[in-house]
Design a protein. Structure first.
Length: 318
């Protein structure tokens, strides 16, 4: 699979920006790291220096962290530091709404925000950008707005955390994010909803947030220049959309479409190793049918694996 992705890209690279990455930059792109230029953001100067030092000598073609908080405009903004660092952000968490530990605000700091368009105009954010990953605790739509004049037009895909209920004060919900990106020519390809943990493990859980993937569609890809179409094909395959990749390739490059079909046939839905893993999980579930063990068995039963080590859940045929 990785060799096919490299073949599709040829001598091209992908430029990815990751806003809200913390210690792990866009792990989905790891199979293509040697052809990916990745840029992250960290407003704390000392932490930014630490992260840049840690990235030196890594597998990315290039990787660096910019010392900024991204917002719609240049402004001095409150930054809510929470008990759980991963929940901190520009919007105030509603701890009373979640009822979960970690959401309490420990202190309110101040940060200077900057727009993606301004960074591009200043030459600090190279263009074009192919992909944006954004997970910033409710300010994702604001950040996307900040790049609409210079950055978004070239973007092929966006992965964003979205919310279905108000977890942060005055945050936009999923419907607003989808509406905005649809208006910019993106299509929703994947939505993985999630819920907050409660003290009622056997009860149904309210959908609270999730991860959404927006990509340019096949019609856009057919009309795009060949180089952009190949980068979009690589994104389709990186996220497991073999049918869409095959359909996009078949009209212009039937031989490539056949190689995509051949790569699809290498996916492992039930090899010996996976069968042994399923058997072990089933036995564990039979002996101790806890919610956690049943969930693990269901997750393994639905997973398909790629030779490069990635996997994703699939639905039964029919």
């Amino acid at each position: 699979m990785t060799s096919l992705l490299q073949e599709i890209l040829g001598d091209q690279t992908l430029r990815v920006i990751d806003v809200g990455a913390r210690d792990r930059l866009a792990p989905q792109f790891a199979p293509l790291a040697a052809q990916v230029d990745i840029i992250g953001f960290e407003p704390d100067a000392a932490e930014c220096d630490r992260l840049n030092a840690a990235l030196r000598g890594g597998s990315w073609r290039s990787a660096h962290i910019l010392p900024y908080a991204v917002g719609h405009t240049a402004a001095d903004r409150p930054f809510y530091v929470t008990e759980a660092p991963e929940l901190a952000g520009l919007l105030e968490p509603l701890a009373e709404e979640t009822g979960r530990p970690g959401w309490q605000v420990r202190r309110v700091a101040r940060v200077a925000t900057v727009a993606l368009d301004d960074l591009a105009a200043q030459g600090e954010l190279p263009l074009p950008v192919d992909f944006i990953k954004v997970d910033t605790q409710g300010s994702e739509l604001e950040i996307l707005h900040s790049g609409e004049a210079r950055v978004l037009d070239s973007v092929l895909g966006i992965a964003a955390e979205v919310e279905f209920r108000e977890l942060y004060r005055d945050q936009p919900r999923f419907s607003e994010v989808e509406w905005y990106l649809r208006g910019r020519g993106f299509e929703l390809f994947l939505l993985e909803p999630a819920h907050l943990r409660t003290e009622w493990p056997l009860a149904r859980k309210r959908t609270s947030y999730g991860d959404a993937l927006f990509l340019r569609g096949r019609a856009w890809g057919r009309a795009a220049p060949a180089a952009a179409r190949r980068r979009l094909l690589a994104l389709y395959l990186l996220y497991g959309f073999y049918a869409e990749a095959h359909d996009l390739a078949v009209a212009g490059d039937p031989a490539l479409a056949e190689r995509i079909a051949a790569a699809y046939r290498t996916l492992d839905g039930g090899g010996v190793r996976r069968r042994l893993g399923l058997l072990a999980a089933a036995l564990r579930c039979a002996v101790a049918p806890s919610v956690a063990n049943r969930h693990r068995l269901a997750r393994l039963a639905r997973a398909v694996a790629v030779p490069d080590g990635r996997s994703w859940p699939v639905e039964p045929p029919g």
